[in-house]
Design a protein around this ligand. Structure first.
Ligand SMILES: Nc1ncnc2c1ncn2[C@@H]1O[C@H](COP(=O)(O)OP(=O)(O)O)[C@@H](O)[C@H]1O
Ligand SMILES: [Mg+2]
Length: 239
């Protein structure tokens, strides 16, 4: 298995606050890896540093062996990283179709883009029904679908997802997670940040557990599901 992403001693600071305190993690090609942890643990800060939105205070981020630290964001997209940020971040005044086209702006292969657009519409039929509608008028769940669809339109090598289940009705969460699981099965590498630990662990192969800016431990998703510490702190069980 080749390593797609390798993070060493990553530190993220906001002024005097150290949100990420020297973490190490790696993701192999083709894996679905999750990062779980309570609110404020440092998950978003980690992900935003990987996606180039935040400049690390120190540490190394390597993608396909190459150092990424402080590469401009358009370069990261071209290299194959796509982030679906917390709170979605679709372009509200653009239509569904226009948002999806924005996700593919670095691509030149028209037939591949058409195929991916069909695939997105197949995954999320609601988006197809609303293809001419302005993104700002969609429901929260539909906007999350659109944000994921837009990321997929770039055919990323690594898909970074920040709490895709947040604030969504259970049925919507199911739809979104089944698409995440399918793209992973088809070979896309996925790094999934979630507060919904049960769902994340049921979807992923491996997991990192983050607390107070540090990785407390990492294990296979199955091990985590049966680990007493995880069950107690993250799955709401007492054994
Ligand atoms: N823009 C910011 N400015 C100052 N502190 C921040 C900022 N964003 C996050 N933090 C702090 O960093 C810590 C980690 O936050 P975050 O990465 O958002 O955690 P999570 O995504 O796990 O909920 C928290 O203590 C939070 O208050
Ligand atoms: Mg967060």
């Amino acid at each position: 298995m080749s390593t797609l992403l390798e993070v060493k001693e990553l530190v993220v600071r906001y002024g005097g606050i150290e949100a990420v305190k020297g973490i190490n993690l790696h993701i192999h090609q083709g894996e679905l890896v999750t990062l779980i942890g309570a609110n404020g643990a440092g998950k978003t800060s980690t992900l935003n540093a990987l996606a180039g939105l935040l400049k690390p205070a120190s540490g190394e981020i390597r993608f396909e062996g190459e150092l990424l630290n402080s590469s401009p964001i358009h370069q990261l997209i071209q290299r194959g990283l796509a982030l679906v940020p917390e709170g979605r971040g679709v372009f509200p005044r653009l239509t569904v179709e226009e948002n999806l086209a924005m996700g593919a702006y670095t691509r030149k292969d028209k037939p591949g883009m058409r195929a991916d657009l069909n695939q997105v519409f197949e995954s999320f039929p609601r988006l197809q029904e609303r293809r001419q509608q302005k993104a700002g008028t969609l429901s929260g769940g539909e906007q999350q679908m659109l944000a994921i669809g837009r990321a997929l339109m770039g055919r990323p090598k690594l898909l970074l997802l920040d709490e895709p289940s947040m604030g969504l009705a259970p049925l919507m969460v199911q739809t979104i997670f089944s698409v995440i699981q399918r793209v992973a099965k088809e070979g896309m590498t996925v790094f999934l940040v979630e507060q919904n630990a049960r769902l994340a662990l049921q979807s992923a192969q491996r997991a990192y557990v983050m607390e107070g800016g540090m990785i407390r431990f990492n294990a296979s998703a199955n091990e985590c599901l049966s680990d007493p510490r995880v069950r107690l702190a993250y799955l709401g069980e007492d054994s």
